[in-house]
Ligand binder design. Structure first.
Ligand code: PHE
Length: 345
């Protein structure tokens, strides 16, 4: 009988030593079970009556050691549970801390300028047309009065597709002018933004890919004066209202007469600086009256209709406007550079 009681107490002792409750709630359960006011050790003290006299002392010590073991275990468990909840808190959010700013992307400077050009022309009735970058010879050259043996082809070094000399990367968006004239009846008033390619050595001033916005206006009685007014309106909108324009005689196979478009240098205002190379003028594009042969090539009667066309480089305008001195920056995708332009206008 007495041995049974010893066994029972030893079993409880083993339970205590082996217990491993996790978390505050389970530790509290442990405390209630072994150390609370109704703990399972209490009845054991009463059992001492049933132990023979010579073992009473031994039994008392055993029960006491169980109590001590329970107390010791509880202290350890309590400390471990506190530490665990502290480290869990450290890893969780501090709801009072200021939020981390969310980095949003910004618009590419070429897109900013391109959108601005589109918006400027849309105010005077120009729509936008876009088309393919891989073109055929007809739309990029032949329809534009530039047959195969024409020396003007050398003006724009062309990338042809491997094994397919009929297909090329467009060298200008004049190809979209042709497609528009082939598919629409005048009056036509549209601009043609897009990426173009030329086999140029890459440097601070030139790249093998860049962006253009070309424009076209075909109607009855369109004159060179209309072209000049349109270019002047554009230059003042983009570069400021004091800007003057100068049309310098030039040559393009698809326009006659043709001109280069210069604007008065808005940086030095006419005093001379390194942007205008002390000439007080900077070139931004080309223009001219659409050659009657080009109209014919697209099924438009040149006796009934006339028109003007113009084209300019978006990078060139962006470089002037933002004073960027290396065209390669636009293609390198360095966010430190790109971030600066989103709200720059
Ligand atoms: N297509 C010409 C170029 O890329 C620009 C241009 C367009 C010139 C329209 C005149 C008229 O250089």
């Amino acid at each position: 009988m007495a041995q049974d009681i010893f066994d029972k107490v030893n079993a409880i002792l083993a339970d205590i030593n082996g217990a491993n409750p996790q978390g505050k709630d389970e530790v509290e359960q442990f405390r209630i079970q072994y150390l609370g006011s109704k703990n399972i050790l209490k009845p054991l003290f009463g059992e001492i009556r049933n132990v023979e006299n010579e073992r009473k002392r031994e039994f008392g010590q055993l029960v006491n050691s169980v109590k001590q073991a329970a107390e010791k275990k509880f202290e350890e468990l309590k400390a471990a549970a506190e530490e665990a909840s502290e480290s869990a808190e450290a890893g969780s959010f501090d709801l009072t801390a200021p939020g981390e700013p969310l980095e949003t992307g910004s618009r590419h400077p070429i897109s900013v300028i391109r959108n601005r050009i589109i918006e400027t022309f849309s105010r005077i009735g120009f729509t936008v047309a876009e088309d393919r970058e891989i073109e055929d010879d007809w739309h990029n050259f032949s329809a534009l009065n530039t047959p195969e043996d024409h020396p003007a082809r050398d003006m724009q070094d062309t990338y042809y597709l491997l094994h397919d000399t009929e297909r090329l990367l467009r060298t200008h968006t004049s190809s979209v002018q042709i497609r528009t004239m082939e598919n629409q009846k005048p009056p036509i008033r549209a601009i043609f933004p897009g990426r173009v390619y030329r086999n140029e050595t890459i440097s601070a001033r030139a790249h093998c890919q860049f962006h253009q916005v070309e424009g076209l206006y075909i109607d009855k009685d369109v004159s060179f004066a209309d072209l000049k007014q349109t270019v002047e309106y554009f230059a003042k909108e983009i570069f400021g209202h004091n800007t003057k324009i100068r049309l310098r005689p030039s040559f393009f196979p698809f326009t006659e007469p043709s001109a280069e478009i210069d604007i008065s240098c808005f940086i030095c205002g006419g005093d001379g600086c390194n942007v205008c190379k002390y000439t007080t003028w900077v070139e931004i594009g080309g223009c001219g009256m659409v050659d009657p042969q080009v109209l014919k090539n697209c099924g438009i009667d040149p006796d009934e209709y006339t028109g003007f066309a113009f084209g300019m480089g978006v990078e060139r305008i962006a470089m002037l406007k933002y004073r960027v001195n290396d065209i390669r920056l636009f293609f390198e995708n360095d966010v430190r550079f790109l971030k600066q332009f989103d709200s720059a206008w």
